[in-house]
Design a protein around this ligand. Structure first.
Ligand code: ADP
Length: 584
């Protein structure tokens, strides 16, 4: 029976997929109807509803309201159609949204099995693979090309549209946002309307000074002064497009309350990406998704366009100016290993599009690079999922122990120092340890628990046993720590913050963590007008850059709140300079 079915299927594939349902009158793949199943996604459960006819998956509906809109949300929005097209649940997931993608595949498989499907047979005769897309050659003429639709690119696009320019914006991923979606804190800015309203004293000079000190004074002072001087007007501009950041608080390395966040305290990255997307939509700008810039075109020393590849065409895009806003290279582990052999094998927290394409393309046309080896590590990254365990866990009182169950550092030193301390431990990892009380008070932890990252024990000894740590050592470490909290004196490592609560409420939890690549500070050299500078020190006519693709703003260490400042402030400058250049 199976053999006959396979034969009929093979024949129908030959005569074309659309004829398939008619060609199988006598045999059935499914029991017609609608079937549902669910699986654990990134933020919550993902529900998949599959409708099947006798020989066809006719509809797949996916609901995953808790998934991150810019990542898992893309999987929720696109994978149903892909399953219908392929006629199997085993379709490609969305890169960067592996947990959600896996949940969708699992739930769709379960629903189809409930419909009586033989999944292996569906895989054998999947339909989408047999289609060979022949890509056309297309030429576009425009004034400006923006490469990358993260924070810097979308800022530049809004500005270019407001200036009435003709432009295209390319994004190689199926979604916008890039690494910008990962920003949680806010945007540093000085002498802002909000600071004045709220009685916060600050100055452009102090902001610049803090940024230089934070960057170990290797930053480009002119870029830093520009960042600080243009920060207040960037906050006003965000207001003007409906992306207000009125909530001010303190962030590491700042002399005063300078970090500006959304009113409801939500993560700044997703907030801005949503607001920018809404604004672009309102302005009628369409981002060319799944379209990767591959090369900068140069004529007589001037950048005159971009070569790109989209899902169904190779593009030659002729333009008067190009803005590189393609982000850093934190997800390009080969490039990381080239510039920093010591970081070989380190996992990354970066969005998958952060592969340094802009740096490579700019270098090919003579651009100089600065501080390219300056890479920031984050010390608490769960390695199997690359999920970043927020600093708040330590800030709220968690400790780090090694495989012997011993603390080895002040857990709240700078990211680089804690990372270095972890790397000095045997196995180059640590466990972050906390209790039920801490879990109850920190919403972020639920996500770690539902994703299976935590190990749990009813007593500290039980937890130690599960981790293969000597129970008596971990118990003593906890007792010593609780004593340090009680006396507010960490004699061992001199920790003074994150000591308001002890760790005494069972059950106890651990997450195994190690450092992960977080931000690439170096990149393409620019001047204060965001013009790209060549290796001889001259501006390359027609080429501008902004955001993580550039180097010099952050020096040897980026302060929290300065990545968002960088993309908005220099994204605006790059657009202004490009608009002026093409208007000449
Ligand atoms: P920034 O913070 O500087 O804006 P992001 O990482 O947020 O940087 O955004 C950079 C965007 O550029 C990402 O969405 C990334 O996928 C995209 N990108 C990277 N390389 C290319 C490329 N070659 N062509 C088109 N888009 C690219």
């Amino acid at each position: 029976m199976k053999k006959l079915l396979s034969l009929i299927l093979a024949m129908t594939l030959l005569i074309g997929a659309s004829a398939m349902a008619e060609a199988l009158p006598a045999e059935t793949l499914f029991t017609p109807g609608t079937y549902e199943a669910e699986a654990q996604g990134f933020g919550g459960m993902v529900q998949v509803t599959v409708t099947v006819a006798e020989n066809e998956i006719t509809d797949v509906t996916i609901v995953g309201e808790m998934e991150t809109p810019a990542l898992g949300g893309v999987a929720v929005g696109t994978m149903g159609e892909a399953i219908v097209k392929a006629q199997t649940p085993h379709v490609d997931g969305v890169s960067g949204a592996t947990v959600t993608s896996a949940a969708i595949i699992a739930a769709a498989t379960e629903a189809l099995e409930a419909a009586g499907a033989d999944i292996a047979l569906l895989d054998e005769y999947r339909r989408d693979e047999s289609e060979d897309v022949v890509k056309e050659e297309k030429t576009i003429e425009t004034e400006i090309v923006i490469i990358g639709a993260g924070g810097a690119g979308m800022t530049a696009a809004i500005m270019a549209q407001q200036a009435g320019k003709d432009f295209v914006i390319l994004e190689k991923m199926p979604y916008v946002g890039g690494n910008t979606t990962k920003a949680t804190g806010g945007m540093n800015a000085a002498e802002t309307l909000y600071q004045k309203e709220q009685g916060v004293e600050d100055s452009v000079e102090l902001f610049a000074q803090d940024t230089m000190v934070g960057g170990h004074n290797i930053n480009d002072p002119d870029l830093v002064n520009t960042l600080a001087a243009k920060s207040a007007e960037a906050i006003d501009w965000l207001d003007s497009i409906g992306a207000d950041l009125p909530k001010i608080s303190f962030s590491g390395g700042a002399s005063t309350n300078r970090i500006h966040a959304p009113a409801d305290g939500s993560a700044v990255g997703n907030y801005l990406v949503d607001k920018f997307s809404e604004k672009l939509k309102e302005l009628g700008v369409e981002v060319m998704l799944n379209t990767k810039a591959t090369e900068l075109m140069v004529e007589n020393g001037q950048v005159v366009g971009v070569k790109a590849e989209g899902p169904d065409a190779y593009y030659t895009i002729k333009s008067k100016a190009v803005i590189l806003a393609s982000g850093g290279f934190g997800a390009n582990l080969e490039m990381i290993a080239d510039y920093r052999p010591d970081l070989q094998g380190t996992v990354t927290t970066n969005a998958p599009g952060a592969t340094g394409d802009g740096i490579v393309m700019a270098q090919a046309v003579g651009a100089a690079l600065v501080d390219i080896e300056q890479i920031q590590l984050h010390p608490t990254v769960e390695q199997s999922t690359s999920m970043l365990i927020t600093e708040s866990v330590r800030g709220d009182g968690a400790i780090l122990v090694n495989q012997n169950g011993e603390r080895f550092t002040n857990e709240l030193l700078t990211r680089d120092a804690v990372s270095a301390a972890e790397l000095a431990q045997e196995g180059q990892y640590a466990y972050i340890i906390f209790d039920q009380h801490l879990r109850d008070n920190l919403k972020a932890i639920e996500k770690y628990v539902t994703n299976g990252l935590t190990v749990q024990g009813d007593t500290i000894e039980a937890l130690a046993e599960q981790l293969n740590i000597p129970p008596e050592t971990l118990a003593k470490t906890l007792a010593d720590w609780n004593e340090a909290v009680a006396t507010q004196n960490d004699a061992q490592f001199g920790r003074t913050t994150g000591m308001n609560e002890n760790l005494t409420v069972a059950p106890y939890y651990a997450i195994q963590v190690a450092p992960g690549i977080h931000h690439t500070m170096g990149g393409v050299k620019i001047n204060t007008s965001a013009e790209v500078i060549n290796t001889e020190g001259n501006a390359i006519p027609g080429l501008f850059a902004a955001g993580e693709v550039t180097g010099g703003v952050h020096g040897g260490n980026r302060l929290g709140g300065n990545a968002v400042a960088d993309i908005v402030i220099f994204g605006r400058i790059a657009a202004e300079s490009a608009v002026e250049f093409v208007s000449k």
